[in-house]
Design a binder for this molecule. Structure first.
Ligand code: TYC
Length: 118
């Protein structure tokens, strides 16, 4: 027989227990699993990395179209830093490593880091 208590999506239910009159008791539990911490990947401005290289990096590694990538690059250039994307910890770490390696290989000092989203 189907559960008698309406269940919100993903709302956990305790294992059924048997009441004193042999009835089956389903106890609703509040959600215990909190969503994972997310990390924003940030590029920092510098005086040496060419604008075109930064636009290319934002397109390639953060899947932005050219116009969006250009807007993000200009924001970094004017404000000192800018968020390129928000990811799980592992994906953010991989993005930082890939961008840093691409920049060093091309001889640019571009700084990329990840930080927890509040
Ligand atoms: N400031 C750089 C220049 O004038 C461009 C730049 C933009 C560099 C963004 C890094 O994250 C950066 N060539």
């Amino acid at each position: 027989m189907a559960s008698q208590i309406p269940k919100k999506p993903n709302q956990p239910v305790a294992p059924p227990s048997i009441g004193s009159d042999d009835s089956v008791v389903l106890e609703r539990r509040t959600q215990r699993v909190k969503p994972p911490q997310m990390f924003q990947v940030v590029l920092l401005n510098d005086d040496f990395t060419p604008m075109e290289f930064v636009v290319h990096v934002i397109q390639e590694y953060f899947s932005k179209d050219r116009e969006t990538a250009t807007q993000i690059m200009l924001k970094i250039h004017l404000e000192g830093k800018g968020i390129c994307g928000v990811y799980s910890r592992d994906v953010a770490t991989t993005k930082v490593d890939q961008v840093t390696q691409a920049a060093r290989q091309a001889g640019h000092p571009l700084q990329c880091l990840s930080e927890p989203v509040e």
